[in-house]
Design a protein around this ligand. Structure first.
Ligand SMILES: Nc1ncnc2c1ncn2[C@@H]1O[C@H](COP(=O)(O)OP(=O)(O)O)[C@@H](O)[C@H]1O
Ligand SMILES: [Mg+2]
Length: 363
């Protein structure tokens, strides 16, 4: 097991700058997830760690060794891909054993390791089968098994669950988590799915356009997003945004737009000092909105026009218009409203976020 260190990592594909100054220290035994929209440079970063892609500039260390020039075979990593990449003509057993045979392991040792991995993954009864005789979930397990038998210093995963149906994906997610508990191998995991990132990662690295936007544990990203992009990307349904300007009214700071006149709580207002007069984006998560009641301060309430009602069972999502802004409110399943109703919503003032209108950085 080992830590992985990325120092000012850059990748240019001819004229295209795909990975930009990525620096990251992944601790021994840590499970780190790289997440971001398609094309943000996740796979490229992972492939550079694996040695499958040349580095344009920067440095990669595994353990204490600079591996920039080391071929993939010598990096002591094992990679699991989205498409499994199993050999179709080989049995499950031979697929799992292949990497060890290539590395000239003894027969007995290979058999021993395949047995242990098959046992961990619950695929002992499938060892004689060919990949085409397996379901998607079983193939995924074999691909994992092939990585486990290697007993590498680092696991690299590139969207390994993307080809599975939704239910199986959730199940395999739990199994991956247990697997990591059991083996403790340092892992770098790439996904575009923020739920997967939040549930699997000890720490999550959010990327966009080749840049790292923020690194933090899942709740840090959720509670204190560094910018509007992270705020919108982490959490489902996404954070609501509305353009506002600030007004002072005596000692009170107000965030105002057409449909909103929100009293900014003192601690947040103190942070916003110096920003008065400039435009900002207000952010509030759907789960931090509720139907206004008698206990809600007038300064935290606003009117909203119900456009769509999504009944999800455990909650209702109300798609509403607030002045020109569209918002989503998550309310309890017992709430009764109809489309085109005008309702009063209240926000939890402690959960307000503000972002600079121009730079989109959290204020
Ligand atoms: N071999 C390549 N040649 C040119 N551009 C590439 C190549 N591989 C990837 N890219 C580009 O680099 C960017 C990042 O790609 P990738 O790392 O695969 O993104 P992700 O895995 O986050 O979806 C994308 O815009 C992609 O089109
Ligand atoms: Mg990718």
């Amino acid at each position: 097991m080992a830590r992985v260190l990325l120092r000012d990592l850059n990748k240019h594909y001819e004229t295209f700058h795909a990975v930009k100054d990525v620096s990251l220290e992944i601790q021994d035994r840590e499970f780190v997830v790289l997440v971001g929209p398609s094309g943000c440079g996740k796979t490229t970063t992972l492939r550079m760690i694996a040695g499958l892609e040349a580095i344009t500039s920067g440095e990669i260390l595994i353990g204490d060794t600079v591996v920039n020039e080391l071929p993939p075979m010598d990096r002591d990593i094992a990679m699991v891909f989205q498409n499994y990449a199993l050999y179709p003509h080989m049995s499950v057993r031979d697929n799992m054993a292949f990497g060890l045979k290539m590395r000239k392991f003894e027969r007995e040792e290979i058999a021993r390791r395949v047995k242990i991995a098959a046992d961990i993954l619950g695929i002992e009864s499938l060892l004689h089968r060919k990949p085409r005789q397996l379901s998607g979930g079983q193939r995924q397990r074999v691909a994992l098994g092939r990585a486990i038998v290697r007993n590498p210093q680092v696991f690299l995963f590139d969207e390994p669950l993307s080809n599975l149906d939704a239910k199986l994906r959730v199940q395999m997610r739990v199994e991956l988590k247990k697997l990591h508990e059991r083996l403790g191998t340092t892992a770098v995991y790439v996904t575009h799915d923020q739920v997967e990132a939040m549930t699997l990662g000890d720490r999550v690295v959010v990327m966009k356009d080749g840049w790292v936007q923020q690194v933090g544990d899942p709740l840090e990203l959720y509670n204190a997003p560094a910018n509007k992009f992270v705020a919108g990307f982490i959490g489902s349904p996404g954070m609501n945004f509305a353009a506002v300007s600030f007004q002072r009214e005596g000692d009170t700071l107000l965030a105002v737009n057409h449909g909103l006149r929100i009293t900014v709580p003192a601690p947040i207002a103190a942070r916003l000092n110096g920003h008065a007069g400039r435009d900002a984006t207000l952010g509030i998560r759907p789960e931090d909105l509720h139907l206004a009641g008698p206990d809600d301060d007038e300064g935290h309430c606003f009117e909203a026009l119900v456009e769509v009602i999504e009944r999800l069972g455990s909650e209702i999502l109300l798609d509403v218009k607030v002045g020109p802004a569209s918002m989503v409110a998550s309310v309890p399943p017992t709430v009764r409203t109809r489309m085109r109703d005008t309702i009063r919503l209240a926000l939890d003032p402690e959960r307000l976020h503000f972002f600079d209108a121009e730079t989109e950085v959290a204020l």
